[in-house]
Design a protein around this ligand. Structure first.
Ligand code: PGA
Length: 238
């Protein structure tokens, strides 16, 4: 794993945007895996400023809440449109997010098929939960999991309540790419910022590979870069 330490959130965002921009320039019909949450917002802002040509780019997002549709303001489809897709020249037909209202038993395998049809994900961007989840793969997720319905744990529901009017409105389940789906990406870029991610980052990089720390599976991947700020890196020893 290659670890790059940025001074702060803004520098992390600029570095991550440069990383992704370079990949898009090298392969105009690249397939990206993208993420939602507060962490990638700055990266998307920086990417928009670069005026890249997204006309041939395909995007597969990691996950979506179950039970809400893409018009819901807290849905990840809404987030991606607002924070990135509406500001770049991407063909929306080339943007894929698992449906939160389809039957996940059908939607999961169909999502895997459409990723396969595109070849594979060239670069997967990831955030990380305070509990080291990636996508919505919470602790004790199966290493060989594919896109499927997953239960959100209490700490994730609490962390995401800010996106909803009431905490009770946060869906209890989501549909998420699995660990195996993520591991199939050719290249992975994980970004993290702030002290609340420091323990998860330590466990991910220097800890044992364990289902209790879903991001630790990334140690088995051949091409992972972490761009993290000083606060997220503060517990690293090596
Ligand atoms: P955050 O979420 O970027 O909003 O902290 C990251 C995650 O839960 O994966």
């Amino acid at each position: 794993m290659k670890v790059i330490i940025a001074k702060n959130y803004n520098e992390m965002s600029k570095m991550a945007a440069n990383f992704i921009a370079k990949e898009i320039k090298e392969k105009e019909n690249i397939t990206l895996g993208l993420a939602t949450g507060s962490t990638p917002e700055g990266t998307y802002k920086e990417l928009i400023k670069k005026n890249l040509d997204w006309s041939l780019v395909k995007v597969f997002n990691l996950d979506e809440y179950i039970g809400i549709n893409g018009e819901h303001e807290a849905s990840y489809r809404f987030f991606m449109n607002q924070k990135l897709f509406n500001h770049i020249n991407i063909n929306k037909n080339n943007t894929f997010i698992p449906s939160g209202i389809a039957d996940p038993k059908i939607e999961g395998p169909a999502y895997e098929k459409s990723i396969e049809k595109s070849g594979s994900i060239d670069v997967q961007l990831l955030g990380i939960g305070g509990n080291a989840h990636i996508g919505f793969n919470e602790p004790f997720s199966e290493e060989y999991s594919t896109t499927q319905e997953v239960k959100l744990v209490e700490s994730t529901i609490n962390a995401n309540a800010r996106m909803f009017k009431n905490k009770e409105d946060v869906p209890k389940t989501a549909i998420s790419m699995g660990i195996a789906t993520i591991m199939k990406a050719k290249k992975i870029l994980l970004i993290a910022s702030g002290t609340k991610k420091a323990q998860a980052i330590l466990n991910t990089i220097e800890g044992k590979i364990t289902g209790n720390v879903p991001a630790s599976y990334l140690q088995k991947h051949q091409d992972v870069t972490l761009i993290i700020d000083e606060e997220a890196a503060k517990l690293l020893k090596k």
